[in-house]
Design a protein around this ligand. Structure first.
Ligand code: AVJ
Length: 372
């Protein structure tokens, strides 16, 4: 039996997916090498007992997309929120970006985490790990491996809007780690953080926000997000945050303009999502990918630039959007930090930096912070 904690209306729409996922899990579970599992009753029951999937209706909803797209494409300048990149295809493309030679972030963060993880675990001694924006949870394995021990059970709560990536990762993790239980929250950050699974539960919590995704938020929004994490923290809880650093412009520009063009496809994927979900008529060929580092604002800006003057209809919104030639949509900002800007960020969120780790080249930061 798959445990389903519904926290919103409209479950019937998604209920079928969940059932199918359960069925897949059972089929796959037969292939699990039972020697890798601990306890007398191995197999499906144990596996299913250790993973719980929770869907919150908000944040993954159609109405949100419609509202955000209308707002973003009727404003000046035109913008779209980056969270809509990540449908199944977009999440796969992002995984591919991480493997490009130019995109150093994932590799540098992963290596740094491996170097410091024992120190982080000794310092934070977590019973529950709550991860925001976990995606495929690959880096999290490093943390789980270090945090898990045979005596005390470890709970992993992953929060992401990309359901497919999340459930696959959860299944992988319960097979790989024991005793570990997994709660998958298909939700945006706000709804995920307010979920009863996050609010309740005993033992030290370690909140985790990796990958440099904090850079997607304008300063004030980043302060607000960290403050809302802080609002869920007790004195002994900690936040582990990864942030990309200001560095040579050429290195940054390259990371968002890979030779193979994976980032370009990822960028255009948001138009596919809108075409599919809102019955729109974006011609992907008529937009080009543009990403550059703005040193004054210390951020990458990623745009989709219209190659020509054109009108695009979005049927579900009853809307036609006009583009001038070379007019662009800002699809993502990715802010880059300094030691000082990070200190300020945490200070404004009423938190204290307890550890600040960086590799020798200073390319990336991992920070452990606690409530003030
Ligand atoms: C997942 C938000 C950290 O900003 O570097 C990668 C997304 N965009 N290439 C980033 C992204 C283009 C990525 N984050």
């Amino acid at each position: 039996m798959l445990h389903l904690h519904n926290t919103g209306p409209g479950l019937s729409e998604t209920h079928n997916d969940i059932t199918v996922l359960g069925a897949q899990r059972e089929r796959r579970a037969h292939r699990v090498d039972s020697r890798r599992l601990v306890g007398p009753e191995e197999g499906i029951a144990v596996l299913n007992d250790r993973i719980h999937i929770h869907k919150t209706q908000q944040g993954t909803d159609h109405a949100d997309l419609a509202q955000d797209v209308r707002y973003g494409l009727t404003g000046i300048p035109k913008t779209l929120p980056p969270k809509y990149f990540y449908d199944e295809r977009g999440s796969e493309l992002f995984e591919q970006i991480c493997d490009t030679p130019e995109y150093y972030l994932t590799r540098v963060e992963h290596g740094l985490l491996q170097d410091v993880v024992n120190d982080v675990v000794a310092l934070t001694d977590p019973a529950v790990i709550v991860e925001l924006g976990s995606g495929s949870s690959k880096k999290t394995e490093v943390l789980l491996r270090a945090a898990i021990d045979e005596v005390s059970p470890l709970r992993y709560i992953s929060i992401d809007i990309s359901e497919q990536a999340l459930v696959e990762a959860g299944e992988r993790l319960i097979r790989r780690f024991s005793p570990l239980t997994v709660d998958v929250l298909v939700a945006d950050y706000e709804n995920g953080l307010n979920h009863e699974r996050v609010r309740n539960g005993e033992g030290n919590k370690l909140f985790v926000f990796l990958g440099g995704t904090i850079g997607n938020f304008e300063h004030d929004d980043a302060v607000e997000l960290i403050s809302s994490i802080r609002a869920q923290m007790d004195d002994d809880d900690r936040l582990l945050l990864g942030a990309d650093r200001v560095k040579d412009t050429a290195v940054l520009d390259r990371a968002y303009n890979d030779e193979e063009g994976v980032t370009a496809q990822f960028n255009k994927n948001v138009l596919r999502v809108i075409n599919r979900e809102l019955d729109a008529a974006f011609d992907l060929e008529s937009f080009e990918h543009r990403a550059f580092y703005d040193p004054h604002r210390a951020r990458i800006e990623m745009h989709l630039v219209s190659r020509l003057s054109q009108q695009v209809t979005i049927s579900a919104l009853d809307l036609t959007v006009g583009f001038d030639r070379r007019e662009s949509i800002l699809t993502e900002i990715s802010r880059k930090f300094t030691v000082e800007s990070l200190a300020r960020l945490f200070r404004e969120a009423d938190m204290v930096i307890e550890r600040h780790y960086e590799p020798e080249n200073g390319y990336f930061s991992l920070i452990v912070a606690r409530p003030q």
